[in-house]
Design a protein around this ligand. Sequence first.
Ligand code: DP6
Length: 339
Amino acid sequence: MLTAHATAHSNIALVKYWGKRRGVAPELNLPAVGSLSLTLDALRTETSVAAGSTDSFTLDGERARDGEGAKVFAHLDHVWASAGHAGPRPTCAVESTNHFPTAAGLASSASGFAALTMAAAAAFEWDASRGTLSTLARMGSGSAARSIFGGLVRLDLGDNPDGSDCRARRLAQPEDWPLSLVVAQTTVGRKAVGSTGGMERSRQTSPYFDAWIDASPRELDAAEAAVEARDLATLGAITERSCFAMHACMIATDPPLLYWNGVTVEAIKACWEARAQGLPAFVTIDAGPHVKALCRPQDAAALADLLRAVPGVTDVLVCRPGPDASVRTQPAAHAEVGQ
Ligand code: DP6
């Protein structure tokens, strides 16, 4: 095998994914809805995969203890098997670093599993297409399928029961449509309920789950058309509808999944106030309390100032559309084998 170094950027869903498909093998991690996202330049993960004397996983310089790397090693197994190799997978040293301006509360599983997938495929000398890599990244984390591509991206649901056509495709290159995403952090620290567990709880208990799923295809097609037309007002309106429909489904979950705090609400209102004053800004929120606002690049600094002025906002970050995930390799002879 080779030593491979991959870089992948995180993404923010404008049309959200929340919920897994029923009646399929859980390890396929098949979403119940498609999604549409913007890859972000400022949030990136770098991951290397090399031959190691045992399987090891180091995240942000800290060696994971026994068991903690299980999801990472299972993902390596999927990539190895998909690459068509016979025999057991070689043991690997995986090192991953999140280069996020502020560590707390911003999604890293999307960029993390995208980078791991790219690095593993290259280390196993498998020249897979980006679409195939997206399918594999999805098995690690649904949102990771989208981070294989830069710019604006759609994750299609597909029809195949094995999930082989549930993969992302690019709608627009980063430079095709200048956009900005302003991230207002409303707290420090990790979220209480992770996405994977939260969406399963919504599927089982939220009376609005089916309505949420039913509305998604219509919103996705309308959002794709808005991307094609470079129509920010329409894309922004869909972004907000998708976000608030998802959060209505979350809040109606039993027990409720209320990811917001008071500052979240004030930051939403600040964006809406800006919009009322003529600055087109459209909010979205994930499974956490931070508020992300989509806007034109020329409005980003003013919007960032408005959000910084909201009492309780701890940090504001301006992102632009980010690039494709990428990978480079070197011969195993130069590999830095596990510590
Ligand atoms: C609210 O991709 O983290 O951010 O597939 O279980 O790993 P798993 O879930 P994940 O869920 C993301 C949920 C979301 C919306 C989105 O990114 O589409």
